[in-house]
Design a protein around this ligand. Structure first.
Ligand SMILES: [Zn+2]
Length: 557
């Protein structure tokens, strides 16, 4: 057969005596190339497909992937900090295998409302969050954040926490930096300075802009100022989160203000710790939840979050009228010493108490009073009696003023109804959030939400009361917050996503922290993985600190 008549594939036929040297060269070149590329292959973390082995293989669990879809049996392989493979058929050799039989495998929880500022170094293990299944915190809420976001996120990375941290830029700190605690409108020049700070913060990696409109100086701010600053955050695709101006008698006006800001600044809105305070307002979630639904129908991208407790917690000075709290602490104290002002404040406080249908300040419990920690865990009513004062609301109001004048205190306020909590929880665009910081174990009498928010939702409201399903609760703790705050590679168990994973026992998960004994970690989270690093094993924090700063969409790097 001449070459011309051979079929095409024979035309390149090479006789065996010539083939052997060619094969030898080919073989030698392959090895030389492999040798040269070895360092890159070994260190290259981009293509886990090169190597079938993985770091962690989680087997036989019920996967609740964060989408809200029903659980299914399957395995999850983790490699180089990411989810490498997931599914029923996944079975690759692993450095570490976790048998998750009988357990739920879910994405790590994202706590959208925290206040870490100042507490980051107190426990870099962030034990209270990690033991509650939280792998990412969004801080800088209620208008309170660091001003220099670039520096703050670098600080987070230098500290090496066990959790990931993203931050908002807080309006109160921006305003205070520019205008102090002044009770007036901003001048055009001050307005520009505030805009510049927000602009830089967004470019430095803030995920959005937050307000705290019951706090000083946010409370002195009118809506147009907030709209103007929210527009800056919107330019960088940030969100607007708000501790609204009112969560009690004027809650509907406050919701309308938040929605106006969303509408005018064209920015997604997150209403923080959505609630109804004061007995006189119980049941009004029937009114407020439909307002959120109507706004969404209108096209405002509004979502809400809540903590699953009937008590709130904030500074005790929120009992005092805002206008009294302007300026420095010296000027506040000087004001409170004037008999006329004092009488005005006491009358205001007694009127508010009456509205709550209460005779004593028993609902307000001191969480931490640095000046005298023996008050921690006691109600204002109790403290007043300990101080040898008369058992009257008027004397109790005097006691509050005295605490404010001596450095102030944080407090827990018992004032919500269980029915409202459940009604708000049923709303599908509601997330869960602790509104807490990194807790220092055994310091003060803080609100239990800092230890038990997620465990409590899963135990009390999913397992016991069946308010929402397990899959729905997990969705609200994971993919919903990730979507809202644009953490694009978190919040789902899916290939290529960051390996933030919690493995828990749905029958045993439980919050342990209570108002009387707050310092207790949640139980039931057997394993927690952060960025692919095993952080909790058999319910014990291993001390791993694999969290890092997460940057918002406006980052200019
Ligand atoms: Zn708040």
């Amino acid at each position: 057969m001449s070459i011309a008549h051979r079929p095409f594939y024979f035309r390149f036929f090479i006789p065996i005596d010539k083939l052997f040297p060619l094969l030898l060269i080919n073989w030698a070149m392959k090895w030389a190339l492999l040798f040269l590329l070895f360092p890159f292959v070994a260190l290259g973390q981009n293509d886990p497909g090169d190597n079938p082995d993985c770091d962690i293989l989680i087997k036989n669990g019920k996967i609740v992937d964060g989408t809200g879809n029903n659980w299914y049996y399957g395995n999850v392989a983790v490699k180089y900090g990411k989810i490498f493979k997931i599914g029923r058929d996944v079975n690759v050799p692993a450095k570490k295998t976790i048998d998750a039989s009988g357990l739920i495998i879910a994405p790590g929880f994202i706590d959208v409302h925290t206040h870490l500022e100042g507490d980051e170094a107190k426990d870099p293990n962030a034990t209270n969050f990690i033991m509650d299944g939280v792998t990412t915190c969004i801080t800088g809420n209620c208008g309170s954040s660091n001003i220099d976001i670039e520096k703050y996120l670098q600080f987070i990375d230098s500290l090496k926490l066990s959790i990931n941290v993203a931050t908002l830029i807080g309006h109160n700190d921006v305003r205070e930096k520019v205008m102090g605690r002044a009770d007036r409108d901003a001048t055009p020049r001050e307005m520009q300075q505030m805009k510049d700070i927000v602009d830089k913060a967004m470019r430095d990696g803030a995920v959005g802009f937050s307000t705290g409109l019951i706090y000083i100086p946010g409370t002195y701010t009118k809506t147009p100022e907030i709209v103007a600053l929210a527009k800056v955050a919107a330019k960088y695709n940030g969100v607007y989160t708000t501790h609204m101006r009112n969560e009690g008698d004027s809650v509907t006006e406050a919701i309308n203000e938040a929605l106006t800001i969303g509408r005018e600044a064209k920015i997604p809105v997150e209403i923080s710790h959505f609630k109804l305070s004061g007995q006189q307002n119980w049941g009004r979630s029937k009114e407020t939840v439909p307002m959120i639904e109507a706004a969404r129908k209108e096209g405002i991208e509004v979502t809400i979050d809540q903590y699953p407790y009937t008590a709130s917690s904030t500074t005790i000075s929120t009992l005092i009228p805002d206008e009294i709290l302007a300026g420095t602490s010296d000027s506040v104290n000087a004001r409170l010493q004037k008999p006329g002002v004092r009488k005005y404040v006491i009358d205001y406080m007694l009127q508010k108490l009456k509205k709550r249908k209460l005779k004593h300040f028993s609902y307000a419990v001191v969480a931490y009073y640095e000046t005298d920690t023996s008050y921690d865990g006691k109600s204002i009513e109790q403290i007043n009696l300990i101080r040898g004062k008369k058992h009257t609301a008027k004397d109790e109001a005097e006691t509050v003023i005295d605490i404010v004048m001596h450095g102030g205190a944080s407090a827990v306020f018992h004032g919500m109804s269980e029915d409202d909590i459940k009604r708000i929880m049923k709303y599908p665009f509601n997330m869960f959030a602790s509104d807490a910081s990194i807790r220092q174990f055994n310091v003060g009498f803080p609100h239990p939400r800092g230890y038990g928010t997620n465990a409590r939702v899963l135990a009390e409201y999913v397992r016991q009361a069946h308010v929402i399903s397990l899959e729905e609760a997990v969705r609200r703790m994971t993919s919903l917050p990730a979507q809202k705050f644009q953490l694009h590679d978190r919040g789902l168990l899916a290939e290529g996503y960051a390996a933030d994973i919690v493995i828990f026992d749905e029958n045993k998960v439980q919050d342990v922290s209570t108002y009387d004994h707050p310092h207790a970690y949640s139980v039931g989270f057997n394993y927690v993985i952060v960025n692919g690093v095993l952080t909790v094993e058999n319910g014990k924090h291993l001390g791993a600190r694999a969290g890092h700063a997460l940057y918002g969409p406006g980052v200019s790097k």
